[in-house]
Design a protein around this ligand. Structure first.
Ligand SMILES: [Zn+2]
Length: 889
């Protein structure tokens, strides 16, 4: 393989060179594109100066402990060799030069002092006094108001003393010849001992004055800054949210322009604020809350990229969502609803396949090139925020010490759940091949995606009618009950509100009912119907946008979205920085934890949606109920995992436009056991057929939320006495927390915290543990898992799936073709040398697929090719032969 190694190395060198050139030109472009400030200094100069000041400052104090004694030592001995290096670099930057000169003088004085020390006990005394006085200053820590007046007083005092000095000056001048150099130094020491503390007192006003402030002064300065800034932050967020809402509720050109303007304004504000926030040396501050707030504000998000690119980024997002919302397939006018409806209700495999293919054609496929550009700009923004790429920036929301901690954590949790998922998968696949035949559903392979009752195969509850474990035992017909009882969208939301109120949580504020859109507007207008909850950051306006119909699905979504509103209401008194869940999974989990109670037959009876005649408590009814929960909740987990696994890899660059779709199907098959209805190619872009991909919304939160939801449920049920692990009459799945105010108190506590504490602390409050744990979900579904295991054993199902054995998606594009040809030539030369004719024939067959060559030979060649392509693209390819079950986790 010498030839291919040479080729491989040359390719890597080429790619590295291109990357370097590209990144250099990007940086150059960024620097030249930066706007000029009005003062004449280029914006970049100002930024560079601040950056250097900050760098120097963090260099000295950043790694140290926060004690003021340490800091005093730092300020006292300002310059050392390493510092000079930094100062040298910045010789054109005035503040550093002045700073250096001052420090030089002080170093010189220090040296002379040590010579004088023995002869001058008086000076030593003075110095001791200074040292004694300094800790006293730090101990005092007066309140802000006190300090302000003190500063004002000292200011006038300093002015008076300066006048006094001016008056005394002639005397001093006259006395010149009478004093020895040592006496002058003594005089100067006394002067400095008096003046320095006053100078330092006055400093906090000057934000850019880096070096003369104590940690306490920095803290005060930061507190003043936040007190000024927080109302502005809320106001900016309010304007931005209003413009975004208006566009979502009425998607017109005019509203889009207004939204663009609001986004631009908000970005400008964020940039200015970001610059100021990053002047504060967080590491020397002892107040952990202050450090936390400043840290949260220190990342600029996508606003970090230059204006032109930012505008483009926002346009791309709007365009991708436009495609998603309004793409038209065939003659359908409402593709999203119509095609999703077909997926949900049809049992004709041809019709299902058509609807699936149509949707993927009119959504994802049309945004393929936009997505590549979006990835580039996202990564640019992340790098300007000091992240390696956008995946690291997304994961930073979880505040873990290492970027990879959350992916590892998710992998661990998935490992906990996978055995249960495999049982469910095998059982459902059996029901599907019994229905559609083994020619459509292979009993040993992944399930075709179009047969799962959902466009994305993420929730399988539409398969209930063909897969119910005990079909003769009736299950609650909630949708019918809602319709029969004349429920409207509004009524469903009122019932959801009543649940929260029964826990002593908040009722929806008046503006909620006035401003929300709870069903699709009847007038012909374009609305973004993806359900969403909105916080307008003014502490009173909270809304839901949901195109509800009267159904169990909409009823449960109403609880989910209202869970968001409860969050907004309960953390509204936190500063804007903390008005979000402890981590993004918490926000999602609150409403969902309520749905676990709402879905229970026990609760449905309580609220009159199920009668005793319709439902009798039994083993069979229990298994049926748990099966419906599993089809709604468990099936989402591998899908949620796949979406972000794919995006992390894309952002990290291990998956490129050349193998976007290929990698997507590789992951979907690997984790979900789902395959596309027909072979896909790189012309398509199937990830884009999912809203959250088009709309730039991270998805791993839904995975984490599902784990938290069951964990929270278990803990609350235990606290309210509805569940007892040692009492078989009180299993976890039959718990209903309705009207249990103790549970409400726990929820209130965790929601009120917002993100003011690291999420493990919030988790402790609501689950009693600081660790995420999937065992609660497993425990909830345990009776079902036992039943599924026995059932699958009875019918001899394969637990898991074999790989399809042929490419379900092929990597395409001209780049891949060139690589392929080079590979073929390399293989040819190599094989010529080693005279492996048989392999050569097979390789040729792989290049020109020929039915006369046996499949095993084609596979062999294909495997070699895949390994080669893996090396070229740095990622997995779709054409692994058989799933390595051990490698999955
Ligand atoms: Zn949500």
């Amino acid at each position: 393989m010498i030839i291919s190694n040479v080729y491989y190395n040359a390719l890597i060198f080429g790619v590295a060179t291109l990357t370097f050139v590209e990144s250099t030109s990007m940086r150059t472009k960024y620097l030249t594109d930066k706007p000029q400030s009005s003062s004449g200094d280029s914006q970049y100069d100002v930024e560079a100066r601040f950056a250097l000041e900050k760098m120097a400052q963090e260099f000295y104090f950043g790694a140290r402990d926060n004690s003021s004694e340490e800091w005093q030592r730092g300020t006292g001995r300002f310059i050392n060799k390493e510092r000079l290096d930094i100062a040298e670099e910045s010789k054109n930057l005035m503040p550093i030069v002045v700073w250096q000169e001052k420090a030089d003088e002080k170093t010189k004085m220090d040296e002379e002092e040590s010579n004088m020390a023995e002869d001058k006990p008086k000076i030593v005394k003075e110095k001791n006094k200074m040292v004694e006085d300094k800790p006293k200053m730090n101990e005092e820590k007066p309140s802000m108001a006190e300090r302000k007046s003190k500063i004002a007083k000292d200011k006038s005092k300093t002015a008076k003393e300066k006048m006094k000095m001016v008056k005394e000056k002639p005397k001093t001048v006259k006395g010149v010849n009478l004093k020895s150099p040592a006496m002058w130094q003594e005089e100067a020491m006394r002067f400095l001992a008096e003046e320095e503390p006053k100078m330092a007192e006055e400093k906090p006003k000057i934000v850019k004055g880096v070096n003369l402030k104590s940690p306490e002064m920095w803290q005060e300065e930061a507190m003043r800054f936040l007190a000024e800034e927080e109302p502005k932050m809320a106001e900016e967020a309010n304007l931005k949210a209003l413009a975004a809402w208006n566009y979502a509720a009425r998607m017109t050109k005019k509203n889009k322009d207004k939204m663009d303007a609001a986004n631009a304004r908000s970005s400008t504000y964020e940039r200015v604020q970001h610059e100021r926030v990053n002047l504060f040396p967080r590491s020397i501050m002892s107040d952990p809350d202050l450090r936390r707030k400043l840290k949260k504000m220190s990342s600029l998000g996508i606003s970090a990229i230059p204006d032109e690119q930012l505008l483009r980024f926002n346009d791309i997002l709007v365009e991708m969502q436009d495609i998603y919302v309004s793409g038209k397939g065939c003659s359908y006018t409402e593709p999203t609803q119509y095609l999703n409806g077909v997926l949900a209700s049809s049992q004709n495999p041809e019709e299902l396949k058509h609807a699936w293919l149509e949707w993927h054609r009119v959504s994802g496929q049309r945004m393929r090139s936009l997505y590549a550009e979006y990835v580039e700009l996202s990564n640019m923004g992340a790098r300007l925020n000091n992240y390696t790429d956008a995946s690291a920036q997304w994961l930073s929301l979880y505040e873990s010490p290492e970027v990879q901690d959350i992916p590892k954590e998710v992998a661990r949790l998935w490992k906990q759940l996978r055995p249960l998922y495999l049982q469910l998968h095998a059982y459902v696949r059996r029901k599907l091949y019994l229905k559609y035949g083994v020619s459509i559903v292979d009993p040993r392979r992944g399930i075709p995606a179009h047969l799962l009752g959902n466009m994305w195969g993420q929730i399988w509850d539409n398969l209930l009618n063909i897969s119910q474990p005990f079909p003769d035992t009736p299950s609650p017909k909630v949708t019918e009950a809602l319709k029969q009882q004349g429920f409207t969208s509004r009524k469903m939301f009122q019932v959801a509100e009543e649940f929260f109120v029964s826990l002593n949580l908040s009722a929806m504020p008046p503006l909620f009912w006035r401003n929300s859109i709870l069903e699709k507007p009847t007038k012909r207008r374009r609305v973004n119907c993806h359900s969403s909850a909105w916080d307008f950051m003014d502490r009173k306006d909270f809304r839901i946008l949901q195109c509800s119909d009267v159904s169990l699905r909409s009823f449960l979504t109403a609880h989910h979205e209202m869970g968001h509103i409860e969050n907004f209401v309960l953390y509204k008194d936190q500063p804007p920085t903390y008005r979000e869940g402890a981590n993004p999974g918490f926000d999602e989990a609150i409403g969902d934890v309520i749905t676990l109670s709402v879905m229970s037959p026990k609760h449905l009876k309580k609220i009159g949606l199920l009668s005793d005649d319709e439902h009798v408590e039994s083993y069979e009814s229990n298994i049926n109920h748990l099966f419906s929960v599993a089809l709604r909740k468990l099936t989402l987990l591998p899908f949620a995992y796949v979406i972000d696994l794919w995006r992390w890899a894309v952002f990290q660059g291990s998956v490129t436009p050349r193998n976007y779709n290929c990698h997507w199907w590789y992951l979907r098959e690997k984790y979900q056991g789902v395959v596309p209805p027909e072979k896909r190619s790189e012309e398509q872009f199937d990830p884009g057929s999912k809203f959250h991909v088009a709309a730039n919304v991270p998805y791993i939160r839904y995975f984490i939320s599902a784990i938290l939801e069951f964990q929270m449920h278990r803990h609350m049920c235990k606290v309210v006495g509805e569940y007892d692990p040692n009492d078989t009459r009180k299993p976890l799945h039959s718990c209903d927390i309705y009207q249990k105010q103790q549970a409400g108190t726990l929820l209130r506590r965790v929601m009120s915290m917002g993100s003011s504490q690291p999420w493990p602390e919030a988790l402790k409050v609501i689950t009693g543990s600081r660790c995420m744990d999937a065992s609660a979900l497993r425990e909830y579904l345990l009776p079902l898992e036992h039943w599924l295991t026995v059932e699958n054993e009875k019918t001899g199902e394969l637990i898991g799936w074999e790989h399809t054995g042929e490419d379900r998606a092929t990597s395409g594009g001209s780049g891949m073709t060139v690589a392929f040809i080079i590979f073929a030539v390399a293989t040819f030369l190599h094989l010529w040398e080693s005279q492996c004719w048989q392999l050569l024939t097979a390789a040729w067959s792989a290049l020109r697929p020929n039915e006369s060559v046996s499949p095993s030979l084609r596979h062999l060649v294909h495997t070699v090719e895949v390994q080669m392509l893996d090396r070229l693209t740095g990622s997995k390819n779709c054409s692994h032969l058989v799933m390595d079950q051990d490698a999955i986790n």
